[in-house]
Design a protein around this ligand. Structure first.
Ligand SMILES: N[C@@H](CCC(=O)N[C@@H](CS)C(=O)NCC(=O)O)C(=O)O
Length: 203
């Protein structure tokens, strides 16, 4: 398997962490967003909408979308289970993974896209929208702080794909100065330590 990725981008990292948890071997090709390598005609043959990650199988078939890739890996390499063992757990993990995507990763990415120097001249930035998303994240972190007082991990009492999404989201807050605070977010800070100290977090 071949993963097209950018080492600094959060969605490819979700897949790398997932693969590390599964202990699956794979090769990588770096496609650097900073160099616009994802916008070349060659890369667009893999993904016409120029987004990372992309997974290419040994027979040349190509998969896009981080969660589609992770689900494929979950089915081809079932252990350790990261998407749920029974209908209720699968639904809980889906729910919390969607929360982590839609309430953390997406708005945090929008803060970066709309307020960073990196995207200046690359996209039409809307700083007001970036600011609105920053406030949204602040509010959602306060909500998740209460949730993480009830259990050890995002979706329950064990590590799942929802933790991978939330970890990659929080870490991608760094360039936009979105950080957990030990005073405001003691439960989230403890959760973060639990997930960040896993070897897979280095992926
Ligand atoms: N929903 C997609 C999102 C993919 C995505 O937005 N990838 C970002 C990197 S994290 C990207 O390729 N951005 C290219 C750009 O900003 O031009 C997934 O989960 O794979």
């Amino acid at each position: 398997m071949l993963l097209y990725h950018d080492p600094r981008a959060p969605n490819p990292r979700r897949v790398r962490v997932f693969l590390a948890e599964k202990g699956v071997a794979y090769d990588t090709i770096e496609v650097l967003i900073a160099d616009k390598a994802h916008q070349t005609p060659e890369f667009r043959k893999k993904n016409p909408i120029a987004l990372l990650p992309v997974l290419e199988l040994a027979d040349g078939r190509v998969l896009r979308e981080s969660m589609a890739i992770c689900r494929y890996i979950e089915e081809t390499q079932p252990g350790p289970n990261l998407f749920g063992e029974d209908p209720w757990e699968r639904a809980q993990i889906e729910m919390w993974n969607r929360h982590a995507e839609l309430e953390l990763l997406w708005p945090i990415s929008q803060v970066f896209r709309n307020t960073s120097k990196f995207y200046e001249g690359r996209i039409k930035q809307c700083p007001d929208f970036g600011q609105q998303m920053r406030e949204h994240v602040t509010e959602r972190l306060a909500w998740l702080e209460g949730e993480l007082g009830k259990r050890s991990f995002m979706a329950g009492d064990r590590y799942t794909v929802a933790d991978i999404t939330a970890l990659c989201a929080i870490d991608f807050g760094k360039p936009s100065q979105i950080r957990l605070s030990a005073e405001l977010h003691p439960n989230l800070t403890a959760w973060y330590s639990r997930v960040a100290e896993r070897p897979s977090a280095k992926a």
